[in-house]
Ligand binder design. Structure first.
Ligand code: SAM
Length: 353
């Protein structure tokens, strides 16, 4: 993970204070469950906390406001723009890291921090990511078919579509978007991409609007009903975004690390936005007997924690202590919260009970 020492840098020559509300409007993201998720961390003033999805720092600013001078906040984001923005939060208690939150265990180890007191996760994309046409997340704005959160590495959606097979595309749309017409959309993409006929090939989508139009034409051709609650391309875009950013695997990876890197009675606050995320978070907090050595056998954990660490931390588990759905007022204030769910878990380690 790349370290960014951003505590002194100022953006656009503006005077920057400690809260995101003082930053330029075009970067704003209205956080979901701001108070509730930070309350869930049960912050004490000298604790060490992690905001694993910094975004535009709404939750980070709230955490900092509750920490004392000796508290610490580690903030992570895989989007270089979020990190660039974060440099404006001129606060000595804050350390910024560019990279995936699935590397958190390694990061803490390199910082010689054995355990932290809480981790906050606000999943999905930020408003600035969706609102910038050039990031390619939105079918409502014409932009390149990119959708990478980390623009400094990995394949764009366009690059992946150019090399994927019919079955791979179909599976992604079905598994990550639950798109019922996945086979037809995949077939249309392959037809246009591999056609010998130049005019058909020209229609292979290069922009978000091209792809949205292709999906609409396939769906309208298959369904008699032409009224949809959401845009017909919603599921396709969601599926491609989840896939291209490896979102579920990274989440699963981090959730597995939490019992080993958060202290006894420490907290995990997770805001999730769709059923695939809800399910993983719920599963990580399910009641279970501690004392398993699953962690040592997970291929990704090998060489990550030592055998001794594994034995020491295998006794810890996450217990769900709160689940909050958005109220009608929350949704009215912030429509993004419509599908959000906040789960708070407490880490319980058997030998310290
Ligand atoms: C919903 S936004 C967070 C908004 C933030 N809580 C705020 O108040 O401004 C989610 C952020 O998490 C980042 N993100 C998503 N998956 C990530 C991952 N695996 N590792 C690191 N950052 C990730 C995205 O780039 C995005 O900036």
């Amino acid at each position: 993970m790349q370290r960014d020492y951003g505590t002194t840098r100022k953006l656009s020559g503006q005077k920057m204070n400690k809260t995101s509300s003082n930053l330029p409007d075009k970067y704003l993201h209205q956080p979901v469950f701001l108070e509730e998720a930070v309350d869930g961390l049960n912050i004490f003033s000298g604790g060490t906390y992690v905001d694993a999805t910094f975004g535009r720092g709404g939750h980070s600013a709230k955490i900092l406001s509750r920490l004392g001078f000796d508290g610490k906040l580690i903030a992570i984001d895989k989007d270089p723009e979020a990190i660039e923005y974060a440099k404006a939060l001129n606060d000595k208690r804050l350390s910024l890291y560019h990279g995936s939150f699935s590397e958190l265990g390694n990061l803490l180890k390199s910082l010689k921090i054995e355990k932290v007191n809480g981790v906050l996760l606000d999943l999905g994309v930020s408003s600035p990511q969706i609102d910038s046409a050039d990031r390619g997340f939105s079918f409502q704005k014409t932009g390149p078919l990119d959708m990478r959160m980390n623009t400094s590495s990995g394949q764009t959606v366009y690059e992946w579509l150019m090399g994927a097979t019919l079955l791979q595309i179909e599976k992604v749309l079905k598994d990550f978007g639950d798109e019922k017409l996945s086979s037809f959309i995949a077939a249309e993409l392959i037809l246009r991409r591999d056609s010998k006929d130049c005019s058909a090939r020209k229609q292979f989508p290069e922009t978000t609007s091209d792809l949205a139009d292709l999906v609409v034409s396939v769906i309208e051709g298959k369904r008699k009903r032409h009224y949809y609650k959401t845009h017909p391309a919603t599921k396709t875009f969601q599926a491609l975004r989840i896939f291209i950013n490896n979102e579920l695997e990274e989440l699963e990876d981090l959730l597995e690390q939490i019992p080993m890197i958060v202290s006894h009675n420490g907290r995990l606050s997770v805001i999730s936005f769709h059923s695939l995320e809800h399910r993983l978070v719920k599963f990580s907090m399910r009641p279970r007997k501690v004392q398993s050595n699953n962690y040592s056998t997970h291929p990704k954990r090998l060489g990550f924690f030592s055998d001794q660490d594994t034995i020491k931390f295998a006794n810890c588990t996450i217990k769900e202590i709160k689940k909050i759905k958005p109220s009608r007022d929350n949704i009215q204030e912030n429509p993004r919260s419509r599908s959000a769910l906040l789960r708070v878990g407490e880490i319980i380690c058997a030998e310290q009970e």
